[in-house]
Design a protein around this ligand. Sequence first.
Ligand SMILES: NC(=O)c1ccc[n+]([C@@H]2O[C@H](COP(=O)([O-])OP(=O)(O)OC[C@H]3O[C@@H](n4cnc5c(N)ncnc54)[C@H](OP(=O)(O)O)[C@@H]3O)[C@@H](O)[C@H]2O)c1
Length: 375
Amino acid sequence: MKKVIILGSTGSIGRNAVQVIRNLPRYKIVGLAAYRNHRLLAQQAALVKPQIITLINKGQHRNLKRKLHRVKLLSGEDGIAEMIETLDADKIICALASSTGIRGIMRAIERRIELCLATKEILVNYGSLVMKKARKCRVRIIPIDSEHSAIYQCLEGRDRDGVMNIILTASGGPFLRKSLRNVRKKDVLNHPVWKMGKKITVDSATMMNKGLEVIEAYHLFGFPAHMIKVVIHPEAICHSLVQFKDGTMLAQLSTPDMRLPIQYALTAPDRIPSTTTYLDISQQKTLTFAAPNLKKFPCLDLAYRALDAGKTMPAVLNTANEEAVRLFLDDKIKFQHIPKIIEKVVAQHQPHEGNLDHYMQATMWAREKVKSIVC
Ligand SMILES: NC(=O)c1ccc[n+]([C@@H]2O[C@H](COP(=O)([O-])OP(=O)(O)OC[C@H]3O[C@@H](n4cnc5c(N)ncnc54)[C@H](OP(=O)(O)O)[C@@H]3O)[C@@H](O)[C@H]2O)c1
């Protein structure tokens, strides 16, 4: 029996992960964690009967405790680390909406727990430290992001020296063919293909999501930035491609359903039947591809530039974006202000290397910088 911990079980990926694991033979959920949704966490605990659950936001701890039977409850970020320390897990799914929990993830790697990673912010902020630890501890990191899952599958068993480019596909978001003038929040949150959490949905509309994915791919697969390309593919059927030096391209295609990459991250390299709708390629009339418009979506270019600068710069870019998106969702700034705020913050940052604390300090600096720009 494979024992799994899910961080972020109440979110879009987390809920799908609970569903996937309940349908997988020989997999069992032993730990769950969420940020503040104590009601859903209590329901999930009653359903899957884990040994430990963690609510990061300490404010709701009492409310949740009353609803639990025979489940140990922990709280705060320390609770995540303690849960990882205590449970004898084989795999951990990380699907929190931010890099909160990084210390727990580092501990999980040290404990040689395999990491199934959805939270791209973990690699964007702390990629060099996380990958170094994973290499040292010989722990696999298997991506859940559909694009990275596709690349991972196309590269499996292949000689890396034969790779020319990896190509991430992007649906283009809700504004691919629409003007960015007078954008309303409800249009931003109305993604044409994927139903996701609010933060990533805004990131898809600005295309910062693809920028963060470029940085995530850089760390996961270890190819230089110039070998990581982006192509617009509105049908979201081809989830990414690898181009080899002989001109061959390999791609992974399936219906857009996150349950598939979640399942593959758990079972890789084995393939077992899934509950997703299988693609009938004969019914797929068109598959279109085009270059992204970096003028219209400057966030993608900002991400490439942050990756070039390296060191703490991607963490600063990501944090500035997180803050700007939060302000947008709180109706404090307009949609078109998001890239402008990020650009101002990264322009004032001197990137440096360091340990986890140094990277965290850079993120705190970026958070304060956004506040000082907006107020
Ligand atoms: N959704 C997708 O299809 C998809 C695809 C690829 C990659 N991803 C990545 O997967 C991650 C999760 O995405 P999602 O769409 O599942 O997000 P989501 O629906 O917003 O769920 C996020 C989870 O994180 C928790 N959370 C909320 N605020 C938090 C905070 N400040 N710090 C830490 N955790 C917090 C939530 O807990 P509460 O419910 O208790 O607030 C929830 O369990 C993101 O990094 C995203 O980029 C998502």
